[in-house]
Design a protein around this ligand. Sequence first.
Ligand code: BG6
Length: 501
Amino acid sequence: MNRTKSHIAVIFGASGDLTQRMLIPALFNLHKQNLLEHPYAILGVSRTPLSDKQFRDKMQGFLPADDTTSDFLNHLHYQPLEPSNEQEYHELKEHIERIKKEKNMPGNMLFYLSTPPKLYAVIPKHLAAVGLNKEDDGFRRLVIEKPFGHNLTSARQLNRDLLKYFTEKQIYRIDHYLGKETVQNLLVLRFANSLWEPLWNHKYIDHIQITSAEKLGVEKRGGYYDQSGALRDMLQNHLLQLVGLVAMEPPTVIEADAIRNEMLKVFQSVRPLNREKLQENIVQGQYTSSLIQGKQVKGYREEDGVNPKSRTETFAAIKLHIDNWRWSGIPFYLRTGKKLPARVTEIVIHFRPTPHHLFDSAHGATNIPNQLIIRIQPDEGILLKMGLKQPGSGFTVKTVNLDFHYSDMAENYLPTAYERLLLDGINGDATLYARGDNVEKAWEIVQPILDEWDENPDFPLHGYPAGSWGPRAADELIADEESGWRYPCKNLSNDGEYCEL
Ligand code: BG6
């Protein structure tokens, strides 16, 4: 990976969970690999009054203790600030100037908003008021985390607000799925191999499934999640980004705008969902209390912070069509849910069966469709299912797996999504960040569903026992496909932690 330029990373929301669990450990790993050009500084900003020393001590608790830890901690600084008070941004600016002078460094700055989304329009405004958006003596970049709006209208408003103070080129919208190694590998798998491209279309592909299952429930985020739900929290962003990468045309070059232009074209080609026929194309579910391995597990409505009468979906499955030359007539099935049996994200490309069946299969059926499974997590890898001859007399066909596990490339370090994304952001590479128009287009795709759910309280919300693969209605959604959903993790370990590809 490339080293960064010398810079100051200003993290708003520095006492929050994301900063502690993800950002500081990711920056530490970059430091350890000597990928952060010196001098550099990390300035934590939040309401809590802390000194530099107290901030360092606090962050130390989230880092492994090794010989680089104390060196890394010396790069951390802290500024208490009330984000809605513009006056205090003058102090922030002075603090930044002091660090620059002491360390004799250029004015490159990355502002990371690890804050509640209501501050996304506030902080950029105040940064601009004190001139911290001006790229006079170095770059100024603004990184924001999802949610980018709550629906299409608010997403458009957010983009308008951000663009008042920063240019699109300065804005980096994180979708941490794009930072995952296997997600990036999709581009290489598709466009560095001549094998797939001739097959990657409606002539040879029957349908595509994308599953992102989580074993966890809403944990301590009930308050946030109850206002969000699976469609907003996962499907509108992470899953649609995966659709974009699977379905896009080859970009002309591997550069941010070339890739994002192709993703946009995919989103523009998604057939608008017809509200009258929505029940044929979308299923929502909510987990209910159940017994998992002898332990009683709470239902969603019993979780802390959740309305006991909540109709928020913790599971969503959707059928989409992409009306373009490549994908005409090919359904894309997407599903995501909390409290499913395992944590697993995978894309399954189902190829069409051979036109004529010459052989018997080991299981009686003659139809052995090939499947390419791109496993994003855990046990990252790629698996191709194909029919081969069962040893012995005759020609009985058996499905076998050709599989590759990323862990086999053990000599290569797999950076976390945040390491990769932070490094790219500091280096000015927006390839793995979402562009404003793409985000709006993705909201456009799901907006008819949100409208229908808002206006029709009788739209079915199916219960599913915590620890199951979701409501049965999700199977009906895919009933046209002989194979049904691929249920991953056939060899799921008892604790559900090990899910074999
Ligand atoms: C986040 C969602 O964006 O992605 C969470 O807000 C979800 O609800 C998480 O748990 C899943 O990410 P990952 O990387 O664990 O698949």
